[in-house]
Design a protein around this ligand. Structure first.
Ligand code: PMP
Length: 354
């Protein structure tokens, strides 16, 4: 019998693809995935769940969309939900196609999804301060006429927001070239800047992507896309039926309606801790520390791989970014106690190295 070569049965662009790096590595302190360190439990805001599991969920998730719409002060008809914002990135590219343009380094899924859908992915290197090189970027918009532009601001993994003026310039120029701009605001809740919701009314080609993952609910898988109904109408054609399950719809609605003040408190604590950790890291001589508007901090240091391994040996898991940025690590802000353990372990490791 012939041995079946399964890999060769996959479409050509899938054969070349590397899956998103999401490994489970056992550790005592998990600071690798930009999750919230505060363990939110369903019982913190729901006493009993009575959801008929024999029935399909509401396909339009109206109640949850209305709960979200109250928070952003726009109609629920301007909101579309996804199983995480990842799913919405997938739907966007599936609906509008490519080329897809984004600055790098950034969130890996824009490129992975473009490649898996089979459209051209165009990368534009950020400048030395990790801001957008707007001249180069606008040239690419003109030359390549991308159908979609993704801008993660604050950006993952660099932590900075891009300059608002540059983003607005890109949106305006993109509009003239019929390119859609998606601002990915996964980390917006941690930023001191206002974000782009106030600009939605000014631009026809602007969409905003958000998620509950970074503010305490990564396990629920809920992302949302905000924009004009006409866009959502097109994307809705590729959305899988019932993509948001009944439990997520119910729990997320209750969380937004009953637990929001606590969510906001957790966010403030993370911001406070980020500032404290940043100042402490600045005191360590062998590090380059980047300022952050997100719930993580980017570090550059010599022998990052060795330091990564030593941290893991001490029970602390951070993200090794060396495949993306030379000698870089990304550390998520944890609880005060977790951050202390991380800081002490890092200080010890770097002192040892002499
Ligand atoms: N956008 C950015 C910039 C991210 O960093 C992430 C998660 N790492 C996501 C989107 C995806 O988030 P989720 O699918 O959990 O909503």
């Amino acid at each position: 019998m012939n041995k079946l070569k399964v890999e060769s049965l996959a479409r050509k662009n899938i054969q070349k693809l590397k899956p998103y790096q999401a490994k489970e590595i056992s550790c005592k302190i998990k600071l690798d995935a930009n999750e919230s360190p505060f363990a939110v439990k369903i019982s913190d805001f729901i006493s009993e769940i009575n959801i008929p599991l024999n029935r399909y969920p509401d396909p339009e998730a109206i109640v949850l969309r209305k709960a979200l719409s109250k928070k952003i002060k726009l109609s629920y008809e301007n909101i579309m939900l996804g199983n995480g914002s990842d799913e919405l990135i997938y739907y966007l590219i599936l609906t509008f196609g490519g080329p897809v343009l984004y600055p790098v380094p950034t969130f890996a899924m824009y490129g992975i999804i473009a490649q898996s859908v089979g459209v051209e992915a165009i990368e534009c290197k950020l400048d030395k301060d990790f801001d957008i090189d707007d001249e180069k970027f606008l040239k690419l918009v003109k030359l390549k006429k991308p159908r979609l532009i993704f801008l993660s601001s604050p950006n993952n993994p660099t932590g900075n927001t891009f300059s608002t003026d540059k983003i607005l310039k890109i949106i305006e120029f993109a509009q003239k070239n019929s390119s859609i701009v998606v601002i990915d605001e996964a980390y917006q809740p941690f930023s001191s800047e206002k974000g782009f919701l106030p600009f939605l009314k000014d631009y026809e080609n602007l969409l905003i992507l958000r998620t509950l993952s970074k503010i305490g609910f990564a396990g629920l898988r809920l992302g949302y896309l905000i924009g004009k109904k006409e866009f959502l109408h097109e994307i809705n054609k590729v959305r899988l039926p019932y993509n948001i399950d009944s439990i997520t719809q119910y729990v997320a609605t209750e969380a937004l309606n009953k637990f929001y003040p606590q969510i906001k408190k957790f966010i403030s604590e993370i911001i406070k801790e980020r500032q404290r950790v940043y100042k402490r890291l600045l005191k360590i001589k062998k590090l380059k520390v980047y300022p952050s508007e997100a719930n993580f901090i980017l570090l550059k240091l010599k022998n990052s791989k060795e330091v990564y391994k030593k941290l893991l040996k001490a029970g602390i898991l951070v993200r090794d970014l060396s495949s993306m940025i030379d000698n870089a690590l990304r550390v998520t802000i944890g609880t005060k106690e977790e951050n202390e353990e991380f800081l002490k372990a890092l200080e010890t490791i770097l002192e040892e190295k002499g």
